[in-house]
Design a protein around this ligand. Structure first.
Ligand code: HEM
Length: 154
C-alpha cells in the first residue's frame, strides 16, 4: 500500500496550468496595450506597408471587370500617390494629402453601394495579401466607412 502511494506521489508533478495561463494572459494584455498605443498607420507598416497595400489594391481593381471602367479616365500614377497619402493621413500618419475631399473627387462618378462594397473588398484582399491582421483591417475599415455617403450616389 505504501509503495503504491509513493509511486503515485512520484508521478504527480506540480500542476503547470496556472503558470501557463498567467503567461498567456500577460502576453494578451501586453498585445492589447501595444496595439492600442500604436496608430493604424504603424500597424499597416507605415508608408512602406501602405504602398504595398495600395499596389495590390490597384492590381485587384485592374482585374475587376465590373469596377475598372470607373478608372478609364484616371491618371493612375496620380491616383496611386493620392490614395497612399490619403490612407496615411486617415490612419494617423504624418503625411501631406494633396488630393481633393472624398465628396469632390467622387462627384459625378455615380458610384453605387455595390461599387463601394467591391472597392472595400479589393482593399481587404490587398491587406490580406500583406498579412495584415484582422484587428488592423477592421480598424482601417472603421475609419473609411463614414466616407460612404460622400463617395456614393452623387
Ligand atoms: C473607402 C472608399 C474610397 C476611398 C478611401 C477612396 C479614395 C480616393 C482618393 C484618395 C482619391 C484621389 C482624389 C484626388 O486625386 O484628389 C480617389 C479618386 C478616385 N476614386 Fe476613390 N475612394 C474610395 C471609393 C471609390 C469607389 C467605390 C470608386 C468607384 C468604383 C472610386 C473611384 C475613384 C476614381 C475613378 C477616382 C479618380 C477620379 C479622377 O480621375 O480624378 N473610389 N479616391
Amino acid at each position: 500500500m505504501m509503495n503504491l502511494i509513493r509511486r503515485i506521489n512520484q508521478h504527480s508533478k506540480p500542476h503547470r496550468f496556472p503558470s501557463i495561463a498567467l503567461l498567456v494572459g500577460l502576453v494578451l494584455m501586453f498585445t492589447a496595450c501595444a496595439s492600442s498605443n500604436t496608430t493604424v498607420y504603424e500597424q499597416l507598416g507605415k508608408t512602406e506597408g501602405i504602398t504595398l497595400i495600395a499596389d495590390n489594391f490597384l492590381t485587384n481593381i485592374a482585374n475587376d471587370k465590373l469596377i475598372r471602367h470607373h478608372f478609364e479616365q484616371t491618371d493612375i500614377a496620380i491616383f496611386r500617390q493620392r490614395f497612399i497619402e490619403h490612407l496615411c493621413v486617415v490612419t494617423g500618419g504624418a503625411c501631406n494629402y494633396q488630393g481633393e475631399t472624398m465628396f469632390n473627387s467622387h462627384q459625378g462618378l455615380n458610384i453605387t453601394q455595390a461599387d463601394f462594397d467591391a472597392i472595400v473588398g479589393h482593399l481587404i484582399a490587398a491587406m490580406k495579401q500583406q498579412n495584415i491582421p484582422i484587428s488592423t483591417r477592421n480598424a482601417l475599415l472603421a475609419k473609411l466607412a463614414p466616407m460612404y455617403s460622400d463617395i456614393t450616389y452623387h
